[in-house]
Design a protein around this ligand. Structure first.
Ligand code: GDP
Length: 477
């Protein structure tokens, strides 16, 4: 916590004027109520002959301290991939085609298990695919603080081209800073036109390598199962450049991919182990659930005793059903796990009563003044593309010394749930022009505390944002 000059003088038992003078000698011009950072305060105290001891920050009883991994302990790990794209462009077909051609089922009858993610073995290397395609699930997890995806595969149908959800997916991946590989699908179709897809993607900042850009684009057909090997090869190439690593020799850390209550088996959760190794018998905590790993099942239906980094496994033995996006960690003490889980539950309940602090036009100025906001992130939805562009231009130009305006996403159509989740994950507000939120979006916005503003006059929208940025917004009654 930074102290003001006055508080600092009090602690040092000196006159304020003495402290200010000393600060001036150190080259810091400060007034009585100004805050002094820790480094300056330390030097200052030492000048007065006082030894400063920096206390470690107080422990949050609901947090489990992160284990720092020694760089020498890190070993290469497989990449984790999410498939995104417009509806009907072939996301599910592509996931299935890859699964059928590159996963050997070991279970009797040769059926692979659907546990929310699967691992592919290609030329001796592994790749993990998350089984829920689409950017909605991806961003919902991100809104909960989980980042599991290393690479996004953007599926674009060669006969249909770039569509609204294609653009959404691009922006969601960009907001998460996840590299994109484009799979141009349905090249078997008579109307397929990969060049047109490339041209449309270029308009959205994805320029194909053969066009002088750096986005890898692979023509595939999920139906005919062609181009899949090329796609897997490109995933491995991009993964290699990312130098993905994890320490397998430490307590497990992972993310819940999906979870449900099974009638016979109790709470069942699929966890993607990201660091360390999860073992049967480990004491675990995931969100507000805890327990001891009773059994684990992999994506092929095999019972396993351990799961290393980038391995998805179904875990049995939790006390409760965690939420997708919850972080799972292995701890050494069951009592402690239980106590942390209970404290988290209590905290969650009280937080649900209060409002989570998200950006809103009403308190934007205050948040800017307090230094909480340096970037004002906005999602724009409008009835026509021309309005999206007009708003984008005008809003970006509102930037001032304190804040920069970023348009996280701009699209045509009603404000939907995915817009709200993106806004939540990026702490953005949503501006709608001649469009309204649909019922799901309204519900999500309420739960996520996302501010949605709708306008019928562009000038009003710009005016409101500008007024909010400068603290001149008239209160809404
Ligand atoms: P999703 O909504 O993106 O998951 O799309 P689906 O995987 O459900 O595919 C939508 C439709 O496109 C289905 O009828 C598929 O059979 C069809 N489809 C998917 N991939 C291909 C392909 O490569 N070629 C052709 N001709 N059809 C495909």
């Amino acid at each position: 916590e930074p102290l003001t000059v006055k508080e600092l003088a009090g602690k040092l038992g000196r006159e304020v004027s003495e402290v200010i003078k000393k600060l001036m000698m150190l080259g810091v011009m400060a007034s009585i109520n100004q805050e002094v950072d820790l480094d300056t305060a330390t030097i200052l105290a030492e000048e007065f002959g006082v030894k400063v001891e920096v206390l470690p920050p107080e422990e949050d009883p609901t947090e489990i301290p992160e284990i720092e991994d020694d760089p020498g302990s890190l070993l290469p790990r497989p990449p984790v991939v999410t498939i995104m794209g417009h509806v009907d462009h072939g996301k599910t077909s592509l996931l299935d085609a890859i699964r059928q051609t590159h996963v050997t089922a070991t279970e009797a009858g040769g059926i692979t298990q659907h546990i929310g993610a699967y691992q592919v073995n290609y030329q001796g290397k592994k790749i993990v695919f998350l089984d829920t395609p689409g950017h909605e699930a991806f961003t919902a997890m991100r809104a909960r603080g989980a980042q599991v995806t290393d690479i996004a595969i953007l599926v674009v149908a060669a006969d249909d081209g770039v569509m609204p959800q294609t653009i959404e997916a691009i922006n969601h991946a960009k907001a998460a800073k996840v590299p994109i590989i484009v799979a141009i699908n349905k090249i078997d179709r008579p109307g397929a036109n990969p060049d047109r897809v490339k041209q449309q993607l270029a308009e959205h900042g994805l320029i194909a390598e053969d066009w002088g850009g750096d986005t890898i684009m692979v023509p595939v057909s999920a139906l005919k199962k062609t181009g899949l090997a090329d796609l897997l090869e490109m995933i491995l190439l991009v993964a290699e450049m990312q130098e993905l690593k994890a320490n397998p020799n430490r307590p497990a850390y992972g993310t819940i991919i999906e979870a449900q209550l099974d009638k016979g088996r109790g709470p069942v959760a699929t966890v993607l182990v990201q660091k360390g190794t999860l073992r049967v018998g480990d004491i675990i905590i995931a969100g507000t659930a805890y327990g001891k790993v009773r059994a684990m099942v992999n994506d092929r239906g095999d019972k396993v005793k351990k799961a290393e980094p980038a391995t998805p496994v179904e875990v049995l033995g939790l006390s409760d059903v965690p939420q997708a996006g919850d972080i799972l960690v292995a701890v050494d003490d069951e009592k402690k796990a239980r106590s942390i889980a209970e404290k988290r539950l209590a905290k969650k309940r009280s937080e649900e009563l209060q409002q989570a602090q998200k950006v809103s036009l009403d308190d934007l100025f205050k948040q800017i003044q307090e230094g909480n906001i340096k970037d004002l992130n906005i999602v724009i939805k409008a009835d026509v593309q021309g309005s999206v562009e007009a708003l984008r231009q005008a809003l970006v130009n509102l930037k001032n010394k304190e804040v920069r305006v970023n348009i996280v996403h701009g699209g045509v159509g009603a404000i939907n749930e995915s817009d709200v989740m993106l806004a939540s994950a990026s702490n953005a507000l949503i501006i709608g022009f001649n469009v309204r939120p649909d019922a799901n979006a309204r519900k999500a916005a309420e739960a996520e505390k996302v501010d949605i503003r709708t306008y019928r006059v562009i000038y009003d929208a710009i005016n409101d944002v500008e007024a909010a940025m400068t603290g001149m917004l008239a209160p809404e009654y």
